[in-house]
Design a protein around this ligand. Structure first.
Ligand code: NCD
Length: 474
């Protein structure tokens, strides 16, 4: 795609392209302020001879009357659109809207024009195009990312793209409280993390970002970041002689007046590369339309082991509960957590609060030298998804099924690939916490007895199973 963007540079300068798309319509839905991203998409569409419809801000739309983004997207698709460029405040908005439109039966390519703190993929494309044009390569580079690495989306999108190139070294410079989340740092060579601009002197590219005051709520952080990083001639003179300074813009105070016209400061050219980059994206979308997100299908075959025991041989004196002949016993639940097991099963509608159950808490167990909870569910057989979900949260449990013919079946489950609808996303700015129709879904990245992480498929944030457990949906 970067190469495709590069081949569009001459067409962008000529403000035209050999192929025109007069019957194709781009809807530019910018529900958050934008100058460059909005206008460069518009110019890209004009260069390609497309029809355009646009929104600048939520004002003037029924979003102000609390219409959902899903319903707004259904209207936009229904009125005819081939491409929808969406900028919205909630993280995961673009994915959510793409899903809604696809379910509604329309083929519209949804382009993420920036969704909250999450991603800004076309900005990354123009950033890479700028680096390629200015440095002649995308490999063998030392890149410094500086500023608001926690709340800005451009740096996190860029660092993820940089993972695809060879011998990239990254220096991260941010004040405490605005550091990049660990999940984005995995898989790339971070050579230095610092609060000080001094760490950037050896960089080939310095990528500066603005503090996103609209997303920083902590008053102390808001105050402390004012004037924190200002790039001026004196500083650039102390850096690598061929350094370039990039900035996605808008810049507030990060670029001093004495480098506004300095050839090392390329932020304005960088913004101009937004037009060829977006022309390339549009042409790709129109000539080779995206086939859709595809429906996610729940896991099959989650059972990993199943062993049968005759009950008589396995019987122990039972002090605390009535043994059951038919149903399920979830044993070795961490002490005090049986209530959460019940809540998980209720939220999957596997059990309801009318059904009988025996909950035994804080039983002494010799096996783990501590206490455990036991949950007995007479006449209930857990389906594999429910059982695997509970075992994902509490890997130490054992699931014993009593089918009724004097045998006990001990079952172990695989970690499910996704967990859907059980936990609210812990990120308050995730689209799933705003849209009434949205159902949360997390992709399980890893799970062992000690480590866990699950990624929200919408806002793309990683959470531990503890964090998810705190957000059990009501
Ligand atoms: C950025 C954005 O909106 O994410 N700008 C841009 O799209 N060119 C950065 C910012 O707002 O600071």
């Amino acid at each position: 795609m970067v190469k495709a963007g590069q081949s569009m540079v001459k067409h962008a300068l000529a403000r035209t392209y050999s192929t025109k798309f007069p019957d194709k319509k781009a809807v530019l839905a910018f529900f958050e302020p934008s100058t460059r991203t909005h206008k460069s998409h518009k110019q890209a569409a004009l260069n390609l001879g497309m029809r355009i419809d646009e929104f600048s801000g939520a004002e003037g739309t029924s979003l102000m009357k609390h219409e959902s983004l899903a319903d707004t997207a259904r209207m936009i698709a229904g009125q005819g659109a081939d491409i929808l460029v969406l900028r919205a405040t909630q993280e995961g908005s673009a994915r959510w809207v793409a899903e809604v439109i696809e379910q509604y039966g329309h083929q519209v390519t949804v382009i993420n024009g920036g969704d909250g703190r999450n991603q800004h993929p076309t900005q990354t494309l123009l950033d890479l195009l700028t680096i390629l044009e200015k440095k002649g390569r995308l490999d063998d580079l030392h890149i410094g990312l500086v500023g608001d690495l926690a709340n800005g989306r451009t740096a996190v999108s860029l660092i993820q793209a940089l993972k695809h190139f060879d011998n990239i070294r990254v220096t991260l410079v941010a004040p405490k409280g605005a550091e990049m989340l660990p999940q984005y740092k995995a898989g790339i060579n971070i050579v230095c993390e610092s609060e000080s601009m001094e760490a950037l002197r050896d960089c080939d590219v310095i990528y500066v970002t603005r503090f996103q005051l609209e997303r920083i709520t902590d008053p102390i952080l808001r105050q402390s970041v004012q004037g924190k990083y200002v790039f001026n001639k004196k500083f650039l003179d102390s850096c690598q002689p061929d350094v370039i300074v990039m900035h996605p813009l808008p810049s507030v105070e990060e670029i001093a007046a004495d480098i506004k016209h300095d050839p090392r400061m390329v932020a304005f050219e960088q913004a101009e590369y937004g037009i060829p980059a977006r022309m390339a994206v549009f042409v790709r979308a129109l000539l080779d339309p995206f086939q859709g997100l595809g429906q996610w299908s729940p896991d099959r075959d989650l059972l990993s082991e199943s062993r049968e025991f005759p009950i008589a041989a396995d019987m122990k004196p039972v002090k605390f509960f009535q043994p059951i002949n038919h149903g399920t016993v979830i044993d070795h639940i961490p002490s005090g957590e049986a209530i959460n097991v019940i809540r998980i099963l209720e939220s999957i509608s596997c059990i309801t609060d009318e059904l009988p159950r025996q909950l035994v808490q804080h039983v002494h167990t010799r096996k783990y030298e501590g206490q455990k909870d036991v949950l007995l569910l007479p006449d209930i057989m857990l389906d594999p998804i429910s059982a695997a979900t509970v075992q994902y949260i509490f890997p130490e449990i054992t699931v014993n099924e009593f089918p009724g013919n004097n045998i006990k079946v001990k079952r172990t489950y695989k970690v499910p690939s996704h967990v859907e609808g059980i936990f609210r996303c812990p990120n308050d700015s995730c689209i799933t916490n705003r849209e009434p129709e949205a159902i949360s879904r997390f992709r399980i990245i890893n799970r062992s007895m000690t480590h866990s992480s699950a990624r929200c498929i919408y806002c793309e944030r990683d959470f531990t199973h503890y964090q998810l457990l705190m957000c059990l949906a009501a």
